[in-house]
Design a protein. Structure first.
Length: 305
């Protein structure tokens, strides 16, 4: 059958053109469990953004001010007035959960963002320039990676003292080595591609090659790791606050709220269970989204449309 007959019969042998965005969207949203993760993250993000001002002057979603003490209503059981009850100081637990989401996400996002930027920059510089530059950077990274990241963050937080700023610094320093190691490995393989060698042959500067070729083709695993790292840092913040070297009362933080409820675990377990479940759901949501991004960005896993 000739091409003319094929065209006359209306038979199209060419498959429809599929963009990378269409491939990503189909692979990412085809799994309902990933959508569940996005819903969980969205709920706590809404809590963090729209819970209101801490002084209670502009309560948007939070029904009460998180730091307002009411000793006449201590350890109230869950009711229509207080959906999760009140704590040992008469503060509304649901309101403190919402404000705790703001604390957790603020620390997680800032620490993850700063560590990813610094770590990726050092990793690309190490991979692209090599020689003594790579030796110095990677030996320092190896030294830090001898210590588990959570233990390193704990040591730094103990030295700097408690508080949100110091906790962000500790978690950032503890996360940088992982990003350096990952970006260095990915950039080393990208550096050997033909388009990078062609750019060098055409006289492109080193920084131009890093920004326009090395980074764009190395960013996919970093995006996946960043999503997973967010969940880990939120869990780390709760753990450090639980140990007393992170966020301390009366600031609303899930880890410190768990500590406050431990002594009442038998007779009033919701004091501990409510913030603990909030941590679990948030970390679970970020892990689900991270798995979905891995499947959508990895050509070997997402298949073909």
């Amino acid at each position: 059958m000739t091409e003319t007959n094929i065209a006359a019969n209306g038979v199209n042998t060419m498959p429809p053109r599929v963009t990378e965005w269409q491939r990503f969207r189909k692979a990412f949203f085809s799994r309902k469990i990933v959508i569940l993760g996005m819903v969980l993250i969205g709920i706590f993000l809404i809590f963090a953004l729209f819970c209101g001002s801490p002084d209670g002057q502009t309560p948007w979603l939070a029904p009460y001010a998180p730091y307002k003490i009411n000793m006449s209503n201590v350890l109230a059981s869950p009711s229509w007035e207080h959906w999760l009850g009140t704590d040992t100081s008469g503060r509304d637990i649901l309101s403190r959960i919402m404000y705790g989401a703001r604390t957790a996400l603020t620390i997680g996002l800032i620490a993850t963002g700063i560590s990813a930027i610094i770590g990726c920059a050092l990793g690309m510089i190490s991979a692209f320039f090599g020689r003594w530059v790579s030796m110095i950077i990677m030996r320092i990274v190896d030294t830090f990676m001898c210590i588990p990241s959570i233990l390193l963050a704990m040591m730094i937080a103990s030295v700097l003292g408690h508080g949100m700023q110091n906790l962000i610094i500790a978690l950032t320093i503890g996360s940088i080595p992982m990003y350096v190691r990952m970006m260095n490995g990915v950039a080393l393989s990208v550096r050997q591609n033909d388009y990078v060698l062609a750019g060098k042959a055409m006289g492109a500067s080193n920084w131009r090659m890093i920004i326009t070729h090395i980074f764009p083709n190395s960013v996919s695993p970093i995006i996946i790791q960043t999503t997973l790292q967010l969940g880990f840092l939120i869990l780390a913040e709760a753990g450090l606050s639980y140990l007393g070297i992170g966020i301390r009362p009366p600031t609303a933080a899930w880890g410190s709220m768990v500590v406050e409820g431990v002594v009442r675990l038998r007779d009033f377990p919701i004091l501990t269970l409510a913030p603990g479940i909030a941590v679990m759901l948030t970390v679970f949501g970020f892990n689900l989204v991270g798995d979905g991004l891995r499947d959508a960005l990895d050509p070997r896993l997402r298949g073909r449309l």
